[in-house]
Design a protein around this ligand. Structure first.
Ligand code: ADP
Length: 775
């Protein structure tokens, strides 16, 4: 709702309510005061009419009495009764005519004999009529009284009474009194307005109410229905002798009336004075109407005044509103022109100031938007260019993708045609590529393998203890170097059977060199194992068979060299010595071969005994001092203090390893005065560590991964033409591993090597084999 309307309503409503209350009160008060006034008037009128009627009727009775009591008349009637003759009758008639003459109200006078026959009358037409059964005759014999008698359709007042002579009833006299005078009195009464009415009634002998006098209507027009209607309540009450006031009772016209009832006791007449309620109401209604008109007129005036005031009051607000709208539309230059010194005027000034501020910041925003739009346009352009470039790149990528697909297909084809099992795992160890041979060797189909972690499908274990052996895969991913599968690895196939396998895992790097997985190659080595076994067995048999003749040859050569078979000249001695050396080397080789075959076939027994390792090492050093001396080399032994406790090891096996390390150290050291082979023995809480350090030829990097292979000798030592079979380290590694230790080395070509082994302080486990070391 607009403020203007609110203000109008605010002023309008109380005015409206006040006026409504005033009109109601005025109407209400005027109605009730009029009602009271009307009742008083009606009562006054009723009182006055009652008096009039009473007086009128009583007066006429008195007049009648004056006539009927005339002695002459009474005597004449008595005479006539005793001897009726015309002269007497004429005299009687003359008397009553004379009596009537001066009394204007008397219409006629009659004398009725005791038989009820009219004997004399001022109006001769009534003479001879018999009224013996009429009330006025019957009542008249007794006493003077008034009777309303219907005669020719008009009520007349009959005053009748006895005519007595000497206490003897001689006749009944009647004076017929005009009712018009009485009616005129009633009708002439003023002060009861337009509808005021006075009615007089008496109770007829037939039980019906009769209305001889009425101000407004003639009794003839009142129908029996009207007569008996429930509407005539005030008259019923009046005839019952009650004097009361009736408000809004229905009269014979079915109109609401205000009525007052009276009873005229002397004549048993009921009187009702009444006035239409509508007439009484017409004054307050007119008053109310007048007030309503005044009210409406003032309402209109008031409306315009209020509208004007509210318009004036809201004018400033409207201007402010207009200003807000204009600024809202973007018309920032618009200013509210208000000079009022009130709060609204102040508000308009604040508003203008605000608009000015907003204009400024808007200009700033526009400037920024423009600048940003330019930047965006610029960026859009470069984006478009980038998009174009992108499309080109995408095209290239598509091409590359196509190429990659071709390459991948090629790789797939190659992988699937490779004779070895090949599978690729990502860095989460999930199989991404899996060739047919892998499926064939493992028994797990391609669908079963792809997407799964490889160790859920392919289980690699160590042949000897059945432990999982897949560190080579994890190591390849971790270290980024190719990892060989450990010797004697088995693959558990899908059907549970075990397949000897061999080969390696190689890391895969992305273009940035980051390791993203590894490729594992494995092959069935069942046949290789068999061949190896056969080879080992052959070597075993051959070396075994060689040992006996070699022993015989050596023995013979020793005897020859010792001169026990005769003296040899120098040349012969030289030859025999050389042959003896060769046979010893051959014997060593045969022993090594035998030991290899025993180790590989697991026939070598390990019999640990408490051993003083330092003493064992010291013994070997002493043994090798002459050889070292010959090379001008020194062997230094560093052992930890306090002395190491004895540990439970197979001394003959460990001696073999110590010998191999020290002999290699001396062998691969240069022939130089200051060359040193440094031997050391130390221990920590778990193990004892033995090492031999030399500053000799070292091992080339390329050869380092193969150093523990059987018969392997690095190129640099082969060139030196040093003696050696390439079996020493192979045997040493196997010995240390079956003794529960580890073996490793550090080396740099041309600078020297350090070989280490460790043994657990807890000692080695006993292994029940067939033989000990050959040697
Ligand atoms: P060999 O009889 O050839 O010494 P080994 O098994 O003892 O056989 O050693 C194998 C190979 O390891 C050697 O041929 C040599 O190439 C290398 N090697 C072993 N020890 C040393 C060392 N101390 N310095 C340099 N190379 C060594």
């Amino acid at each position: 709702m607009r403020i203007k309307n609110k203000i109008s309503l605010f002023f309008f409503t109380p005015f409206f309510l006040l006026m409504a209350v005033i009109i109601f009160m005025v109407g209400w008060l005027s109605f009730y005061s009029l009602m009271d006034k009307s009742i008083a008037l009606l009562q006054l009128a009723a009182e006055s009419y009652t008096e009039h009627i009473d007086t009128y009727l009583s007066q006429n009775i008195e007049r009648f009495k004056l006539i009927s009591s005339r002695t002459q008349l009474r005597k004449l009637i008595a005479n006539y009764n005793s001897s009726p003759d015309a002269a007497t009758l004429a005299e009687i008639t003359k008397i009553i005519q004379d009596a009537k003459q001066p009394i204007e109200e008397f219409e006629r006078l009659c004398i009725i004999n005791l038989d009820g026959t009219v004997i004399a009358s001022t109006n001769s037409q009534f003479v001879g009529r018999n009224v013996v059964d009429k009330d006025f005759f019957i009542g008249g014999r007794e006493d003077d009284g008034v009777y309303f008698v219907e005669e020719d359709g008009v009520y007349k007042i009959f005053v009748s009474g006895p005519i007595v002579l000497d206490g003897q009833l001689t006749a009944v006299g009647i004076s017929v009194v005009s009712i018009d005078k009485l009616s005129n009195i009633v009708k002439s009464v003023t002060g009861l307005g337009q509808t005021g009415e006075v009615t007089v009634a008496f109770m007829g002998a037939d039980g019906l109410r009769k209305y001889p006098i009425s101000r407004r209507f003639d009794y003839q027009s009142l129908s029996p229905q009207q007569e008996s209607a429930k509407t005539a309540q005030p008259m019923k009450e009046a005839l019952a002798g009650k004097e009361a006031v009736f408000v809004n009772d229905l009269d014979y016209r079915n109109q609401k009336v205000l009525a007052v009832s009276k009873y005229i006791d002397n004549f048993q007449l009921g009187l009702v004075a009444k006035i239409d309620s509508q007439e009484i109401m017409s004054v307050p209604i007119a008053l109310i109407l007048l007030l309503v008109v005044i009210f409406l007129a003032s309402l209109v005036v008031y409306y315009f005044i209020v509208r004007f005031l509210s318009w004036r009051l809201t004018l400033s607000i409207s201007k402010l509103n207009q200003g807000a709208k204009e600024i809202g539309r973007g018309n920032w230059d618009y200013r509210v022109k208000l000079k009022d010194k009130d709060e609204i005027g102040e508000l308009s000034r604040t508003f203008n100031k605000m608009a000015q501020e907003v204009r400024k910041s808007r200009a700033e925003v526009d400037r920024k938007v423009e600048q940003q739009t330019k930047e965006i346009e610029h960026k859009n352009k470069s984006l478009e260019n980038e998009q174009k470039a992108m499309f080109n790149v995408l095209e290239d990528v598509e091409e590359e993708k196509e190429k990659t697909k071709v390459e991948r297909d090629k790789i797939d084809a190659i992988l699937h045609s490779i004779g070895d099992g090949v599978f690729v795992v990502d860095k989460d160890l999930k199989i991404t590529i899996y060739n047919d041979i892998s499926a064939k060797l493992s028994g797990f189909g391609v669908e079963e393998a792809i997407g799964k972690r490889y160790d859920r499908v392919l289980k690699f274990i160590f042949e000897d203890d059945g432990q999982v052996n897949d560190s080579f895969i994890k190591q390849a991913i971790k270290t980024g170097e190719i990892q060989e599968m450990a010797n004697h690895t088995l693959l558990i196939r899908k059907d549970g059977s075990r397949l000897p396998v061999a080969d390696s895992a190689a890391p895969i790097r992305n273009t940035h060199g980051k390791i993203i997985g590894c490729v594992v190659v494995f092959r069935d080595v069942t046949k290789e194992r068999e061949v190896d076994k056969m080879k080992t067995e052959f070597v075993s048999v051959a070396s075994h068979q060689l040992r006996t003749p070699l022993t015989a040859i050596r023995w013979t050569l020793e005897e020859l060299a010792g001169g026990e078979l005769g003296r040899l000249n120098d040349q012969q001695q030289d030859y025999v010595n050389q042959s003896l050396e060769s046979s010893e080397r051959m014997m060593n080789l045969v022993n090594d071969l035998l030991n290899v075959s025993r180790l590989e076939t697991g026939r070598l027994s390990v019999e640990p005994k408490p051993t003083d390792l330092a003493e064992l090492v010291g013994g070997v050093i002493r043994e090798y001092q002459p050889v070292a001396k010959a090379k001008k080399c020194r062997i230094i032994f560093n052992t930890s203090k306090p002395k190491l406790k004895k540990i439970n090891i197979d001394s003959s096996l460990i001696r073999q390893v110590v010998t191999n390390f020290i002999s290699n150290g001396v062998k691969y050291s240069p022939v130089a005065k200051d060359s040193v082979v440094s031997v050391s023995l130390s221990a920590n809480k778990q193990e004892v560590i033995f090492s031999v350090k030399d500053s000799g030829v070292g091992i080339p990097k390329t050869a380092q991964s193969r150093i523990f292979e059987k018969f392997f000798r690095a190129d640099n030592v082969v060139k030196m033409e040093t003696e050696g079979s390439g079996l020493g380290l192979y045997i040493s590694k196997m010995i240390i591993e079956i003794s529960g230790g580890r073996l490793w080395f550090e080396s740099q070509e041309g600078k020297g090597s350090t070989f280490y082994f460790s043994l657990p302080l807890s000692g080695s486990k006993k292994i029940k084999g067939e033989k000990g070391l050959a040697g």
